[in-house]
Design a protein around this ligand. Structure first.
Ligand SMILES: Nc1ncnc2c1ncn2[C@@H]1O[C@H](COP(=O)(O)OP(=O)(O)OP(=O)(O)O)[C@@H](O)[C@H]1O
Length: 255
């Protein structure tokens, strides 16, 4: 597999079992810093399982066993010395269904910084504004920051969740099908925002929407049945796939 520039994540021979079921079978993949990397593939191929490995969310699932290694900035994140809370601060995550806390927009955004001990109102106000600007939500909510986040539209709620993740100043932002519950306009806003976000963050996105991967990502990995079939520059993968299975999938012959 061709080397990717500035890899910040190195995944080597990664296998993951749910009990006896092998869900990831020997994944080797590097993720480039400040780029958008997309994982695509048919349902059940292991995309979500892989993205959840990157901040050890799978630790919370009983019966999971992992072999191989994942290094972030050169350090194995499965090493017993790793502080998982600290890791999840560095590697933020946004889920499929928008899940803001039942609190105000402001409180959602400053939740993490407050937990980290930031108390000064001016500092929190500043974080809130800067973060909502990055999440492309500021203009829509600046006059109603103290409204419940649950009163926003689905797309706005998802941007609150993205703001909540980036308020922690992570290095990597993981998004697991972030637009699957959204309409095309809300989806387009999030896609534009992701392209802006990569100026500051490394972004990894799982999507079942191939057009979305083609529109926003720099690199795309195509998975099938727990294996990484092909991983390449996004344009290359969609226009000149090297593997027959990739071509069949992107041309809609199966999946
Ligand atoms: N918590 C779990 N316990 C047991 N098996 C699981 C669990 N989560 C996923 N699996 C299994 O692991 C395999 C990969 O699932 P995963 O959710 O990672 O795939 P996916 O590519 O993200 O699929 P989808 O697009 O449908 O979300 C599947 O066979 C699935 O049934």
């Amino acid at each position: 597999m061709k080397k990717k520039p500035n890899p910040v994540v190195n995944i080597t021979d990664l296998k993951l079992y749910y009990g006896d079921n092998l869900a990831l079978n020997g994944i080797n993949l590097d993720i480039s810093e400040k780029m958008i990397t997309a994982f695509i593939g048919p349902s059940g191929c292991g995309k979500s399982t892989l993205i959840r490995c990157l901040n050890r969310m799978n630790d919370l699932i009983e019966g999971v066993r992992i072999e191989g290694s994942i290094k972030i900035a050169g350090k194995d994140i499965y090493d017993p010395s790793v502080n998982v809370t600290e890791l999840r601060k560095r590697v933020g995550m946004v889920f499929q269904k928008p899940n803001p806390f039942p609190k105000t927009i402001y409180e959602n955004v400053v939740y993490g910084p407050r937990v980290l001990g930031i108390k000064k109102k001016n500092t929190l106000d500043d974080i809130c504004e800067k973060t909502l600007i990055k999440a492309a939500l500021w203009n829509e909510v600046k006059d109603r920051l103290h409204l419940s986040a649950l009163e926003l539209s689905g797309g706005q709620q998802q941007r609150v969740c993205i703001a909540r993740a980036i308020a922690m100043e992570p290095e990597i932002v993981l998004l697991d099908e972030p637009c699957s519950a959204l309409d095309p306009i809300a989806t387009a806003k999030i896609e534009d925002m992701l392209v802006e976000l990569k100026k500051d963050y490394t972004v990894v996105i799982v999507t079942h929407n191939m057009q979305q991967a083609a529109r926003v990502s720099d690199y795309t990995g195509f998975f099938m049945m727990g294996e990484l079939v092909e991983y390449d520059d996004t344009t290359e993968l969609f226009t000149k796939p090297k593997k027959q299975r990739t071509e069949d999938y992107i041309t809609g012959r199966f999946g």
